[in-house]
Design a protein around this ligand. Structure first.
Ligand code: A3P
Length: 292
C-alpha cells in the first residue's frame, strides 16, 4: 500500500493525525455497553500484549479458533481509526458479536467517548516508561507509513519531549489516566515493566479486577502463550498481515524488553531527558521504572 505519510495536526490541543480524527463525531457518539472492556494505552506501551491476554482470558477456551484465524487487530478493534479501504474502528466495534467486546483506544483520557463513563465500563490502562516508549515509537514510525515522517533520532527525541507525537504528549497521557483512576474505580492501571518482571502476577491482578477465576493451568497457558517469542512468531498477533508496515525496516514485535533506551540515548540526551522529565512529572505517586 503506497500512501503519503500524514501530517501532525493540532486537535483540541493534542497532536494527532487525521486517521484518528476523521471519524470524530461517530466515535464520540459510540454507544458503549456496560460489559464492554476498553483497553487504553499511549502508543507502543504494550497494547497488543494486553489485548492478546484479555482475548485469551475471555475466549481462549470457548473459541480457541479465534487465536489461530483472526488477527489481533480484528479481535480487538481500534475505536478511533479511520483508514482508507478499511472498515472504521467504530463500525467494527459496533459489529462485534463477542461478549464482552474488547475495544482498544490510544486516546488521552479527555477524548474517550462519554458512553464508556456513563456505562461504567471496565477499563484497562497499560503504561510504559517514557524512555523505552520513545524508542519503540521511533522504530514504529520508521516502519509504519500511516505515521508521520519520524525524521532522524535526535529530532524525534526532541519532538517526544515536546509532546508532538500522534496521540499527544506521553507525559499528559499517563498523568491524565492516572488522575482518572482516582475517580473511576473500574480503571485498572498497569505497567509494562511489571508485566515483564512477572507476567503471572500481573495476570492474577488483572483477573481479580475483571472478576475472572481461570484455573492455574489456564492462567499458565495464557501467560506462556503471551510471552514475547511466542507472540513474535504468531502471524495473528505480530501484525505481519498489515500492508502499511514495512518489516524490512523494523518488526512490530521488535525487542520487547525494558532498558533498550540505553542502546539509543547518548549520555547528554539522557541528562537532558531526565532534567525535562522532572519538570513534567510532578506527581510523586506515579512512578516508572526504566530498568529491572
Ligand atoms: P518494542 O518496540 O520495544 O519491542 P503496542 O502494542 O502498544 O504497539 O506496543 C508494542 C511494543 O510492545 C513493542 O515494543 C513490542 O515488542 C512490545 N510487545 C508486544 N508484545 C509483547 C510481549 N508479549 N512481551 C513483551 N513486549 C511485547
Amino acid at each position: 500500500m503506497d500512501l503519503p505519510r500524514p501530517e501532525l495536526i493540532d486537535f483540541h490541543g493534542v497532536s494527532m493525525s487525521h486517521y484518528f480524527t476523521d471519524n470524530w463525531e461517530n466515535v464520540q457518539n459510540f454507544q458503549a455497553r456496560p460489559d464492554d472492556i476498553l483497553i487504553a494505552t499511549y502508543p507502543k506501551s504494550g497494547t497488543t500484549w494486553v489485548s492478546y491476554i484479555l482475548d485469551r482470558l475471555y475466549f481462549g477456551q470457548a473459541a480457541p479458533e479465534r487465536q489461530t484465524s483472526i488477527p489481533i487487530y480484528e479481535r480487538v478493534p481500534f475505536l478511533e481509526i479511520e483508514f482508507p479501504l478499511l472498515e472504521s474502528g467504530k463500525d467494527h466495534a459496533d459489529k462485534l458479536t463477542t461478549c464482552p467486546r474488547l475495544i482498544k483506544t490510544h486516546f488521552p483520557v479527555q477524548f474517550v467517548p462519554k458512553s464508556f463513563w456513563e456505562q461504567n465500563c471496565r477499563i484497562v490502562y497499560m503504561a510504559r516508561n517514557a524512555k523505552d516508549n520513545l524508542v519503540s515509537y521511533f522504530h514504529f514510525d520508521r516502519m509504519n507509513q500511516a505515521e508521520p515522517e519520524p525524521g532522524d533520532w535526535s529530532s524525534f527525541f526532541h519532538r517526544f519531549m515536546e509532546g508532538k507525537m500522534v496521540f499527544g504528549s506521553w507525559y499528559d497521557h499517563v498523568n491524565g489516566w492516572w488522575k482518572k483512576k482516582q475517580a473511576h474505580s473500574k480503571l485498572h492501571y498497569m505497567f509494562y515493566e511489571d508485566m515483564i518482571e512477572d507476567t503471572g502476577r500481573e495476570i492474577d491482578k488483572l483477573c481479580s479486577f475483571l472478576g475472572l477465576t481461570p484455573s492455574v493451568e489456564e492462567k499458565e497457558r495464557v501467560a506462556g502463550g503471551s510471552q514475547f517469542d511466542n507472540m513474535k512468531k504468531d502471524s495473528m498477533a505480530n501484525y505481519s498481515t498489515l500492508p502499511v508496515m514495512d518489516y524490512k525496516i523494523s518488526p512490530f514485535m521488535r525487542k520487547g524488553t525494558v532498558g533498550d533506551w540505553k542502546n539509543h540515548f547518548t549520555v547528554a540526551q539522557n541528562e537532558e531527558f531526565d532534567e525535562d522529565y522532572k519538570k513534567k512529572m510532578k506527581d510523586a505517586t506515579l512512578k516508572f521504572c526504566t530498568e529491572i
